[in-house]
Design a protein around this ligand. Structure first.
Ligand SMILES: C[S@@+](CC[C@H](N)C(=O)[O-])C[C@H]1O[C@@H](n2cnc3c(N)ncnc32)[C@H](O)[C@@H]1O
Length: 274
């Protein structure tokens, strides 16, 4: 019994509500604690993001919030950034129908091939510290992701989650500057990496090919590139002395092997930390 309880506590269920109903699908990714959990180093993730987001910014078209967001402008800016992703990273990923029957949406590699250890996507959403209230947002919500340190990220693109993300996005503007991206809530994400919330859990026929990895964006990250980061905090900057001096939690989905064009990404919703 004691052994059972110990193992139980070691589990880190990434998506609690769905996993609770799907114990038959359970299989586990086992990781050692701390740095050794990392498939890609923090320096590699930071370098990838800086290169890619700098390319977006260099080629930026006028999609600023102050101007009305016309679908045609947003669509062309999103396609342009997808092309830049291919140029900078050598591959693209996009949301599409999952190959798993009844699996809803999934994410596929749509151009090039993903090398092992590459950042394939990011898990967007509003970040909650473990002591912050999330009960109402979590009801019937399959998009609440749990980090290894129990920080929660709500990546739902509908309902109250969408409303709260949008309102925090507006709240934290610094003058004309946007400090996070909210276009992942639309059909035209300006950061094409921000589709990790649609990655489905692996099954027998489709073993996992990506793995979640927490990454904290340093406080001195290039300020004008923050407009492409698809995460923001639920808590107000007024609760903290300087919102923009704090680390920003991201979750990267890192390739565990080379993934070819046309393949779907699959993760493991279960992780055991030793
Ligand atoms: C984080 S969401 C993933 C995106 C989701 N497929 C969608 O269409 O929005 C988690 C939900 O995806 C579905 N899902 C994930 N993995 C699955 C699998 N292997 N088989 C069937 N459904 C799956 C379940 O409905 C689960 O609640």
């Amino acid at each position: 019994m004691e052994r059972f309880l110990k193992r139980w506590k070691q589990y880190r269920y990434r998506f609690v509500p769905w996993i609770a109903l799907n114990l038959k699908n359970r299989s586990v990714r086992s990781v050692p604690k701390g740095e050794r959990d990392k498939l890609a180093s923090d320096a590699h993730i930071l370098q990838t993001l800086t290169h890619l987001l700098s390319a977006f910014h260099r080629e930026k078209t006028d999609t600023d919030l102050y101007s009305p967001r016309k679908p045609s402008i947003m669509q062309s800016a999103a396609s342009q950034n997808l092309a830049l992703m291919k140029e900078v990273m050598g591959f693209t990923v996009e949301r599409s129908t999952s190959s798993i029957p009844g699996g809803g949406r999934g994410v596929k590699v749509t151009a090039g091939s993903v090398p092992e250890g590459a950042v394939t996507s990011l898990y967007p959403g509003l970040i909650y510290e473990q002591y912050e209230p999330i009960l109402f947002q979590s009801l019937g919500n399959p998009f609440i992701f749990r980090c290894i340190d129990s920080v929660l990220i709500d990546g739902n693109d509908k309902g109250i989650a969408k409303f709260l993300y949008r309102s925090c996005h507006g709240r934290d503007r610094v003058g004309p500057y946007i400090v996070c991206d909210d276009t992942w809530l639309t059909d035209w994400p300006l950061n094409p990496l921000a589709v990790g919330q649609y990655v489905n859990n692996h099954n027998k026929e489709n073993p996992a090919n990506v793995s979640y990895q927490e990454f904290d964006v340093p406080a001195d990250f290039v300020f004008h590139l923050r407009q492409y980061l698809p995460n923001n905090y639920y808590s107000s900057c007024l609760d903290r002395l300087d919102q923009h001096q704090r680390l920003t939690r991201l979750v990267a989905l890192v390739a565990t092997r080379e993934i070819q064009c046309g393949e779907e990404l699959f993760s493991s919703y279960f992780t055991v930390v030793h």
